[in-house]
Design a binder for this molecule. Sequence first.
Ligand SMILES: [Zn+2]
Length: 73
Amino acid sequence: MADTIYCYHCRTYHPKEEMRQIETKSGKRWRCIKSIEATKRGREAREAFGRQTTDINKAEAQSKARLVLNVDR
Ligand SMILES: [Zn+2]
């Protein structure tokens, strides 16, 4: 394996074709596309989950509000 680069994210070596050089606070570092994509997907998934949770909370709050109204009646 000649053309491998150390991936700071996975702490292992990947083929050069799978690597991207990125800027970090501590300088230029190599990271594999897979981990970059996984992070991106992870963020999207978290955001989607966050939206979902907000909707559930809203629905719960609404059903609680309805319950309160029913009790009052
Ligand atoms: Zn990697």
